[in-house]
Design a protein around this ligand. Structure first.
Ligand SMILES: Cc1ncc(COP(=O)(O)O)c(C=O)c1O
Length: 352
């Protein structure tokens, strides 16, 4: 008899990519400008027919990354975008019907993967003022919880936890034997890391991405850091050769290029600060604590603004509803000033 897994049949996934070509995408938190063109050309010139003909070798790159992060090679699992690492952690460290807790709204895939594997995702809501109450997080970490997911800084508003808050979350996780997943996809836009928790303790993972500041979303590369035995479990679930050779080459060259990371950070910061001050000067309310995105309260209806920005200005942004006191808001990726200028010009024409 044919069989279809009901968890797959009923799973809701969004595959609408909107045909990128005519649009400026400020809805995915990519780097809209990408890496410097000269740098990209230089790295591409290293790619030979043999290089693409061979299965990718991960050890040299993992060794390089381990040096860069000051970890052991055994503490790293390379993944095809950090979303693959998140999926593997959910699959390996929770069971059918298991309770997974995360602050919501956040990156949608935590909930999607939980549903995909028949886990119960329990959301912790933001406060009305769009802050996250660590007491609510702790209260949701019940003894039957299997995974606690913390995004630092959290998408879509950029809330970040302090060292003391994370220590309390870790202490509760430890006491109840809950695996702690700390998502640092937006590290570098906010330099405080909790990597030390993953290196000092078992059952703590940090996931990181090369898609955001490193501007390699199109190449799919991320990694999981954790204790050696846990990393082995994450690795077991990867498809063979899950990480491609060009992505590792690009990531290596970015890490080796003097000043490149700093200049990407500086360019982003300039554009972001410009946008925030222009919006504030025009009386916009917004929340954008950390990260490469901000949460803006439009003056008119958010969905209409989003749709018109797409249809009339060719700019894609996202909306969020019912998160807190700001009501329905726009989430906009921040990046180089030239893109922020285009976004603001469009917004000012439409949102009135
Ligand atoms: C919080 C968070 N984690 C993970 C990801 C996935 O990134 P990757 O491209 O590495 O799969 C995203 C993507 O937007 C994200 O916002």
């Amino acid at each position: 008899m044919y069989y279809l897994n009901p968890e797959v049949e009923t799973l809701n996934r969004i595959f609408d990519q909107n045909m990128r070509e005519p649009y400026l995408r400020l809805d995915l938190n990519e780097n809209p400008g990408g890496l410097p063109e000269e740098f990209v050309k230089k790295v591409l010139s290293e790619i030979t027919p043999e290089f693409v003909a061979q299965y990718p070798e991960t050890l040299p790159f993992t060794t390089k990354l381990a040096e860069f992060l000051n970890t052991g090679v055994e503490n790293i699992c390379l993944v095809n975008g950090s979303s693959e690492g998140i999926r593997n952690i959910i699959y390996a460290f929770s069971g059918p019907g298991g309770r997974i807790v995360g602050v919501t709204p956040t990156y949608a895939m935590f909930e999607v993967y939980s549903k995909m594997y028949g886990r119960n995702f329990t959301p912790v809501r933001y406060n009305e003022d769009l802050t996250i109450d660590v007491e609510n997080v702790l209260a949701a970490m019940t003894p039957d919880t299997q995974i606690m997911i913390v995004v630092n800084p959290n998408n879509p508003m950029g809330n970040a936890f302090s060292e003391e808050e994370m220590q309390r979350i870790y202490d509760r996780a430890r006491a109840y034997e809950i695996t702690l997943l700390i998502d640092e996809a937006y590290f570098y836009f906010y330099p405080k890391t909790f990597l030390h928790f993953a290196l000092e303790h078992e059952h703590v993972f940090v996931t990181r991405s090369f898609s955001k500041l490193f501007s390699l979303a199109g190449l799919r590369l991320g990694y999981v850091v954790g204790w050696a035995e846990g990393i082995k479990m994450v690795q077991k679930l990867c498809t063979p050769h899950n990480v491609n050779a060009p992505s590792m080459l690009f990531a290596r060259r970015i890490m080796e290029e003097p000043g490149l990371i700093e200049s990407l950070v500086a360019k982003h910061k300039e554009g972001r600060q410009w946008l925030i001050s222009e919006l504030s000067a025009r009386g916009y309310k917004m929340e954008g604590k950390e990260g490469n995105f901000i949460f803006i309260q439009p003056k008119t209806d958010a969905t209409t603004v989003m749709n018109r920005m797409k249809a009339e200005k060719g700019i894609l942004i996202k909306t969020y509803q019912g998160v807190g006191a700001l009501g329905e808001c726009l989430r906009v990726t921040t990046g180089e000033k030239r893109f922020m200028e285009r976004f603001l010009a469009g917004l000012l024409e439409i949102d009135r």
